[in-house]
Design a binder for this molecule. Structure first.
Ligand code: ARG
Length: 479
């Protein structure tokens, strides 16, 4: 190849590795919002001529219109979406478009647009997490008294109620919603005005831009704010937490719905049949909710690795922040929506649940507690005595409640009682009345309280700035 050919190839390779417009175009509506705010401020501060500002605002309004109607008006071969927008404006309004670049750089622009996009994602994902917890609260209200086996080590341990288990997951999802709220609060600073890294000599008004975009404050340090991706990492790590909790929920559903377990049924819409085995109802939705966790965890690791070792300010490496963020948001949206459907439509098989609690000596701990409460035997000792009773009952093939008095006397004189309880699984569950316990009345209370806490969490995601318009959705790849 000629030296010229080698260099032409190099230019093509550079363009290819540098291109981001094919994925960052989803930031276009956010660039428009930031640019509009910036232009208005520049005009107010008399930094740019007012007729140039009017032309720019008209061009931006037109672009916004086009983006809303999903017309592909931006050059997909531009280096990035921000360059493509400047090109678009230049084609529309000519040389006046050049005023837009005053007192800003792509460094502060790109990261501000990304923060705005992320703010909308946290609001949407947070609201879906709340919806998921609400679906679980509804199950809890309906099944506060539905007894099922409670597992530890996947061994049947103690009777619990299905409602209690649903609330257990709801707690985790509520906490994740709050986690997203923290992320949102922490990213509440506007980088615009940082310029390339050092700020600008133009008499800009950073406060008004920040407020106009719905941020609490402008960022405090220009150098820090063009290179910081902590806000993105916070989102990815909150996302990882969500994915981990979803994965556990998915795994639980897969287990519960397996035929030999049979604790729940899933509707046709959420299972797939096997091509080879017609009797099967594979819980694919739950499996994929679990399986998609891998990429969400990977996205966190990917961006951590990108920023590790980067000194202050901007490096092109930072362009690699977007795809992990986009993928995590998209994946979580899919998984959360599927989880909402699973939580809403899963049906406990109440008879099977009751049957599966019929495991020898599931209420042994209730007997120990009874001995402590009614016979004032110290709990550790009561526990040892019940262990002996379990062995004796196992040999006789009877339940603890059916143990004859002479056998009990053989274990310990204090057990030769005429009043000897037969503790059912329902009685066992109903007795666990401590706060946060599985007793149906506690579950009903907890579900009611959860509803209030969810309403509060939902409030935190309401947009606090009414003058900040939510840009048209720019999702989906153009190319
Ligand atoms: N597309 C770039 C990014 O997202 C925009 C910033 C480019 N700045 C620069 N100095 N090359 O990171």
């Amino acid at each position: 190849m000629s030296a010229q050919g080698v260099r032409a190839e190099a230019a093509a390779h550079m363009a290819a590795i540098g291109a981001s417009a094919h994925y960052d175009h989803r930031l276009a509506p956010y660039d428009v919002v930031v640019s509009r705010e910036h232009v208005a401020m520049l005009a107010r501060q008399e930094i740019i001529p007012s007729d140039a500002a009017a032309g720019l605002l008209a061009g931006l309004a037109e672009l916004e219109e086009q983006l809303r109607s999903a017309k592909p008006v931006l050059d997909p071969d531009a280096e990035d979406v921000h360059t493509a927008i400047e090109q678009y404006l230049e084609e529309r309004i000519g040389a006046d478009a050049g005023w837009l670049g005053t007192a800003r750089a792509r460094n502060d622009l790109a990261v501000t647009a990304l923060r705005l996009w992320l703010r909308d994602q946290t609001a949407e994902l947070g609201a879906t997490l709340v919806a998921l917890a609400q679906a679980l609260a509804a199950q809890a209200e309906e099944h506060a008294g539905t007894v099922m086996p409670g597992f530890s080590h996947l061994q049947v341990a103690q009777p619990v109620t299905f409602g209690h288990i649903c609330l257990a997951y709801a707690e985790a999802f509520l906490r994740d919603a709050k986690r997203l709220g923290f992320v949102r609060a922490l990213q509440d600073e506007c980088p615009m005005g940082a310029g390339a890294l050092a700020g600008t000599g133009f008499p800009i008004d950073r406060d008004s831009v920040a407020r106009g975009l719905g941020f609490r404050l402008p960022s405090a340090n220009s150098v820090e704010s063009v290179g910081d991706r902590g806000f993105a990492l916070d989102f990815l790590s909150a996302g990882a937490s969500i994915a981990l909790n979803l994965s556990r929920f998915g795994a639980e559903i897969v287990f519960w719905s397996s035929q030999p377990v049979g604790l729940i049924s899933l509707p046709d819409e959420l299972v797939s049949s096997s091509a080879a085995l017609p009797h099967k109802r594979n819980p694919d939705a739950a499996e994929l909710v679990r399986g998609k966790t891998g990429r969400v965890l990977g996205n966190l690791y990917a961006l951590q690795t990108v920023v590790k070792g980067l000194p202050l300010s901007y490096f092109r490496d930072l362009q690699e922040d977007k795809e992990p963020l986009f993928d995590t948001a998209d994946t979580l949206r899919l998984s959360l929506n599927a989880a909402v459907s699973l939580a809403t439509l899963m049906r406990p098989n109440t008879a099977t649940m009751r049957d599966r609690t019929d495991v020898a000596f599931i209420t042994s701990s209730d007997f120990a507690e009874w001995l402590t409460r009614e016979q004032r035997i110290p709990f550790r000792e009561a526990h040892h005595l019940v262990a002996k009773l379990v062995r004796a009952a196992g040999e006789l093939g009877c339940s603890l409640g059916e143990l004859p008095v002479d056998v009990r006397r053989g274990v310990d004189e204090r057990l030769a009682l005429t009043q000897w309880p037969d503790i059912t699984v329902e009685a066992s569950a109903a007795a666990r009345t401590s706060q946060g316990g599985t007793a149906p009345e506690r579950v009903r209370e907890a579900a009611a309280l959860l509803r209030t806490r969810l309403a509060e969490a939902q409030d935190a995601f309401r947009p606090d700035e009414p003058d900040h318009e939510t840009p048209a959705d720019g999702n989906g790849d153009q190319r």
